[in-house]
Design a protein around this ligand. Structure first.
Ligand SMILES: [Zn+2]
Length: 138
């Protein structure tokens, strides 16, 4: 299945990844259920770690509320791997809370050319999803 992301979302995730580097950046993705990802909510990694992340619970709640006001739900999460490939780590798989969520990884193994990939993680099984980014009109 191809997942579509609204214009600007890729840039928002990359910007946050660079802003937080060398720590892992994280954030939430929102949109209609089973629809396009329409919103990116960059959040604080309260672990301030380069190998793990935990989303600030207050910001998580705020993102749920903001999404709800637009009729959206939180449909996934993104985080960066500041020094490694953008593929779910053992920790990512272990901690994956929801098999319906989209897990977007920003891989910064090569600092100047980051990758953005997306996965579903269900019962420890990783499935990569194809991403399609809408082009901005500007
Ligand atoms: Zn990770």
């Amino acid at each position: 299945m191809t997942v579509r992301l609204a214009a600007g979302t890729r840039q928002q995730m990359l910007q946050h990844a660079y802003d937080c580097h060398p720590e892992e950046a994280c954030g939430l993705l929102a949109g209609p259920v089973d629809g396009d990802v329409q919103r990116v909510f960059p959040t604080t990694n309260i672990l301030h770690s380069s190998t793990n992340y935990t989303i600030d619970p207050k910001q998580h709640l705020a993102a749920i509320r903001a999404a709800d006001q637009e009729g959206f739900e939180i449909v996934g999460v993104f985080h960066s791997h500041p020094h490694t490939v953008g593929y779910p780590s053992v920790t990512d798989v272990t901690l994956a809370p929801d098999p319906t969520w989209l897990y977007v990884l920003v891989g910064m193994e090569e600092y100047g050319s980051p990758t953005v990939r997306a996965f579903r993680i269900s019962d420890g099984v990783i499935t990569e999803e194809e991403l399609e980014f809408e082009e901005s009109m500007t």
